[in-house]
Design a protein. Structure first.
Length: 277
């Protein structure tokens, strides 16, 4: 299963950003802690994140990406995100009707998606939870609304989504001060650090950010002394262009090129790093 969250945060500069974060574990006769659960799309203003049955969700996400890539107005963002959402619902419902020979029918919430991005038509970030409804034989969507005055929009999915939502709400209640930006990632990282080896969630967090410029940024995540990308630890020789996020502190810095630069900035022998404000 999964724990994932999409939220709108406010940086110290006053700019709003939309973030999506998830764990990296899939199970089902095996456990793998390096599975991409967040998918950037052929248009740069939105992304998808899934929870539930990997076998059911992956074909849907790939077909959504293919449908966007095949249509110019969808691909170049002339079609607004709000109109794309309606097409995504129709596409998912149609594809699910093409499944044959399943040992058991799909239940509610066996598959969940977060579809999130920036709508130029609304002039605001949008977050939808998309879920299957067995009684209607179709996928439905509901939009994130007010969550807290310091975290104005947030949506949670996955079997551990309610626990993460409760933890975020508790942290908000017990803290004071400025608007939240990357704090939900810190709460998620704490949950994943304490996750049991045989639990349904685990692995490194994976994080992306979407700006009002309608561009998506993927982060490398430093986790337990390693740089990871969508849950996968990078090899020492790999050079990446993405910025690095420390989910426990919220610090963002430029990725070192390779070799000993893969060490954390405060470890002996590490290359110097410049924090990104």
């Amino acid at each position: 299963m999964t724990v994932a969250v999409a939220w709108v945060g406010k940086r110290r500069s006053g700019r709003d950003h939309l973030y999506i974060a998830a764990d990296s574990r899939v199970t089902g006769g095996h456990t793998m802690d390096a599975c991409p659960k967040i998918f950037t799309l052929p248009r740069s203003d939105c992304a998808l994140c899934f929870s539930g049955s990997t076998a059911a969700a992956y074909p849907l996400m790939l077909q959504i990406a293919n449908a966007i890539a095949a249509h110019g107005p969808s691909r170049d963002r002339t079609m607004d995100l709000t109109k794309l959402k309606a097409h995504v619902l129709r596409l998912c419902s149609d594809l699910l009707g093409r499944y044959r020979g399943a040992p058991a029918p799909l239940d509610d919430r066996d598959v969940q998606f977060l579809l999130a991005g920036y709508s130029w038509l609304a002039g605001d970030f949008k977050i939808w939870t998309i879920e299957y409804r067995a009684a209607r034989h179709a996928f439905v969507a509901h939009q994130a609304r007010s969550f807290d005055e310091r975290l104005r929009k947030a949506e949670f999915i996955g079997d551990a989504g309610p626990a993460l939502q409760a933890a975020v709400a508790r942290e908000l209640r017990d803290s004071s001060g400025a608007d939240w930006d990357l704090e939900p990632v810190r709460v998620l990282a704490g949950m994943l650090s304490a996750a049991p080896a045989q639990g349904t969630i685990g692995g490194p967090p994976q994080v992306i950010r979407i700006d009002k410029s309608m561009n998506t940024r993927t982060f490398c995540v430093r986790w337990k002394g390693e740089l990871t990308l969508y849950g996968r630890p990078l090899f020492p020789y790999e050079s990446v262009d993405y910025r690095v996020l420390d989910p426990l502190t919220g610090a963002i810095y430029m990725a070192p090129p390779f070799g000993r630069g893969r060490r954390a900035p405060d470890e002996p022998g590490a290359l110097p790093s410049t924090p990104v404000v």
